[in-house]
Design a protein around this ligand. Structure first.
Ligand SMILES: Nc1ncnc2c1ncn2[C@@H]1O[C@H](COP(=O)(O)OP(=O)(O)OP(=O)(O)O)[C@@H](O)[C@H]1O
Ligand SMILES: [Mg+2]
Length: 500
């Protein structure tokens, strides 16, 4: 029905299917602005395109494959699949296919694949045919070998280092998998498909690309020549059911009393920075804290890739935009944060602060947008303060160091430190208040710290969250203003008792 040459044409193309395999690259069909799977078939594949980057999902023709005597087991399967795949791609219009419901598309592919198998006289058992069909559908309609990994909800990250190495992170531990791509071309084609869904392209002239899967998972692609051993693809899987603070308590990431302190911090509009290393749980924690924002507050979120899921009704979500292929049209985090200020926000939430936008966020915190929050990539509360200082300096603001520190002290109330420990667990290691200056130095005090006490026999880290017993936190008056001082005192006392 939508065959470029039509499935009936396949049957007319000769019984050995040779015409199919030798078919020329498809001519451009619909507009190249078409998303996703469609672009696979519709983007021009002329000589001006870097051939490696041809945004289609097809495999190189079989003839181009090296024939070695010591081929790995299973290569004949790949050969067959490659043959069928090439014939399929040449026979259908992917842009039309993409418009179908997945079940109908699958049926359509099944019919054509069966035709191809018959025409090419390929000898296969029913189960082999089914496997081939499943694989081909995954390649054409989905993300090829990544599909089974994407379907597993317990996986946090998928890391592809070239066609032959795919790692995943499960329960905080990174492990190798048996998943392989047919070759670098297939991997690159799948990356191309992913990024084309958000109107981008990855090729030698723009080898770095951020994108998002339709389910919200965050994707980064870096292609050769920058990635020396083949395209590197990194996916932070989107969790539909975000973790809550109560779940974090269950996992031991924070003690019940520590969680109580965090809930109060979220509720009483402290300005908070969540600090942590890569994948330490910063965004998760930020999302948890936003649960304690009152429902009637107007919240504006700014993110590079929308990950937060606020439960409040009055939320405006903003997302940055990278430059287009011509290098134009970029909207930076700084642009967003600045614009936020004209949107009458009550709180501003910045997904990840990594540049000069820190200055605008601090200004916002300082000027009546109490309860604003952001995350910063750093390994301790002290380092977090230093990072903020250097981000301001890098933004070209010519301010004396002392002034910068005063701005920080005047803006940030609390730094929450997240960490992924060596046993793979994620913990909140500090809840630290920024309380003032002594001379030129910023003074902080730890409200809650995670004390590591050792390891059990299984290598799991043993420790506990304790209050440092400093008495009243600096945000005590704020807690009182919101009627939360008794709860706060209670939580701190519980922790001190446990520590004592
Ligand atoms: N306390 C926790 N216990 C168990 N899993 C967690 C915890 N916190 C976060 N995770 C999981 O770890 C993964 C990474 O979390 P998250 O995205 O919040 O990290 P991040 O610090 O924001 O990472 P990045 O630096 O890449 O932005 C997610 O899959 C998340 O569900
Ligand atoms: Mg994050």
């Amino acid at each position: 029905m939508f065959g470029r040459r039509g499935s009936e044409t396949i049957a007319r193309n000769g019984s050995d299917g040779s015409d199919l395999a030798a078919a020329p690259a498809p001519t451009p069909g619909a507009s190249s602005a078409e998303p996703a799977v469609m672009s696979g078939a519709s983007a021009p594949a002329g000589p001006s395109d870097a051939p490696v980057m041809r945004p289609s999902v097809d495999a190189p023709p079989l003839a181009a494959e090296p024939r070695k005597s010591t081929r790995e087991r299973g290569d004949s399967y790949y050969d067959t699949k490659s043959q069928v795949f090439t014939a399929l791609i040449d026979s259908i219009d992917l842009s039309q296919l993409a418009k179908l419901e997945p079940d109908s598309a699958r049926e359509e592919i099944r019919d054509i694949v069966n035709d191809i198998i018959a025409i090419k006289n390929l000898v296969m058992s029913i189960s082999e045919q089914e496997e081939l069909l499943e694989d081909i559908c995954n390649d054409v309609l989905g993300y090829g070998p990544l599909e089974p990994l994407l379907a597993r909800d317990e996986i946090a990250d998928i890391m592809v280092n070239g066609a032959r190495k795919v790692y995943i992170e499960v329960d905080g531990k990174v492990e190798n998998t048996a998943v392989r791509f047919r070759d670098n071309q297939q991997l690159l084609n799948i990356c191309q498909r992913i990024v084309s869904q958000v109107g981008r392209r990855v090729d030698e002239s723009s080898p770095i690309c951020d994108a998002r899967l339709p389910d919200g998972s965050r994707v980064n692609v870096i292609a050769p020549p920058l990635a020396i051993d083949g395209t590197a693809l990194t996916i932070r899987k989107f969790k539909k059911d975000k973790l809550t603070l109560d779940q974090l308590v269950k996992y031991g990431s924070i003690s019940p009393a520590g969680a109580e302190v965090l809930k109060i911090i979220g509720r009483v509009r402290c300005n908070v920075v969540i600090s942590g290393g890569t994948g330490s749980g910063k965004t998760t924690l930020l999302n948890c804290l936003t649960n304690y924002i009152d429902r009637d507050e107007r919240v504006i979120t700014c993110e590079d890739s929308a990950e937060l899921q606020l439960q409040q009704p009055h939320v405006v979500r903003l997302e940055t935009r990278p430059p287009n292929l011509e290098g134009e049209g970029e909207i930076t985090m700084r642009d967003l944060v600045k614009n936020c200020l004209r949107m009458r926000p009550e709180r501003i939430i910045v997904g990840e602060v990594r540049g000069p936008e820190v200055f605008d966020l601090l200004q916002a915190m300082n000027t009546g947008h109490d309860g604003s929050m952001g995350t910063i990539h750093s390994n301790s509360p002290r380092e977090c303060l230093n990072r903020m200082e250097s981000m301001i300096a890098m933004g070209g603001f010519q301010l004396p160091q002392k002034t910068v520190r005063e701005i920080i002290v005047g803006s940030i109330d609390v730094i929450i430190q997240a960490a992924r420990l060596r046993d793979g667990t994620r913990r909140i290691t500090h809840v630290t208040e920024v309380i003032g200056m002594e001379g030129d130095v910023i003074v902080t005090q730890d409200l809650v710290v995670y004390n590591m006490q050792g390891e059990d026999q299984g290598g799991k880290i043993i420790g506990e969250h304790v209050s440092t017993g400093i008495g009243r936190p600096a945000f005590w008056d704020r807690a009182r203003y919101y009627g939360e001082e008794a709860r706060l005192a209670n939580a701190l006392e519980t922790m001190e008792r446990q520590a004592g």
